[in-house]
Design a binder for this molecule. Sequence first.
Ligand code: KG4
Ligand code: ZN
Length: 346
Amino acid sequence: MGNKWTPLPPARILGIETSCDETAASIVENGRLILSSLVASQVELHAQFGGVFPEVASRQHIRTIYPIVEGALKQAHLDLGEVDAIAVTRGPGLPGSLVVGVNVAKGLALGSGLPIIGINHLEAHVYSAWLTTADAQPSAEPRFPLVVLIVSGGHSELVLMTDHLQYQRLGGTLDDAAGEAFDKVARLLGLSYPGGPSIQKAAEEGNPRTFDLPRAWLEDSWNFSFSGLKTAVLREVRRIQERGRPLPVHDMAASFQAAVVDVLVGKTLRAAETFKARDILVAGGVSANQALRQAFTKQKRFPVHIPPIWLCTDNAAMIAGAGYYRFVHGQQDRADMDVLPNWALG
Ligand code: KG4
Ligand code: ZN
């Protein structure tokens, strides 16, 4: 941490997250200590559609958000007057879902006089790596310069972080996000939504060397591409089905997962070497994947920070965590702040 950041003043932040299909609220102290974190998942509601149905998502957020915010305050044994600011996801995400959280945050800010801070959801995934709980073992903070891999349902981004809140985008996916590829391939294999956990489970009983699937290295850039891999899986599935053979779902899941992990880990390590990073940080829903976590922890070239699994997928503690760093940096947003559904990081 640079001198301009130390010492940082203490602050408690209420975080609110409604960017996709999780309604969440949390209180975090000093950007690190989670005092409470509640997440109401809509997964079962959307499973029947095989993906998130935007209108259903926003209506469910409306039903759930107030009890979740009240629950987060109650669990932390705090009144709203005892927090210092309200941080809310402003984007990227589904417009109709983002609007629910932002409007609730505005109402709470107006009623309490607290400042409101609009947070980038991708930045929040990054700050999930700083979070901890009172009963957790103390862990080292990520050190700058830091190479960050954000892999979620909507994004695959490789970013160089030179200090808190300072991002230099190196590359990202040219087509499907990593999580999106997991979700689409799961559907091809007849596995349930969301696809990431289903593929991971199926892969546990499969041989990753059964199918030689393509790795798109895109050597001259820091970008990713997963659509060719998805098409290769589709081609194999059709070939097997045309022969009237049963689909080797476990082997296919394992081979697909291995191809994704190879590229994500390979390019992240190479970026860390090229940009002389001290540490690597991996975050976002796909960082819950066991094979990806193992591949990153197995290498010994760079210390790797990956949040515990319950903080990899969408939650509001990460919004409050990022909110703290924005708050102590002096950010406050206006009462007419609009949502930013396509907001890029940095
Ligand atoms: O970060 P997240 O909860 O929401 C977005 O911001 O998009 O990420 C959701 C994505 C989904 O595509 C889901 O399939 C994937 O994360 N995911 C996983 C695993 N758990 C969730 N992908 C691979 N392995 C997992 N264990
Ligand atoms: Zn997310």
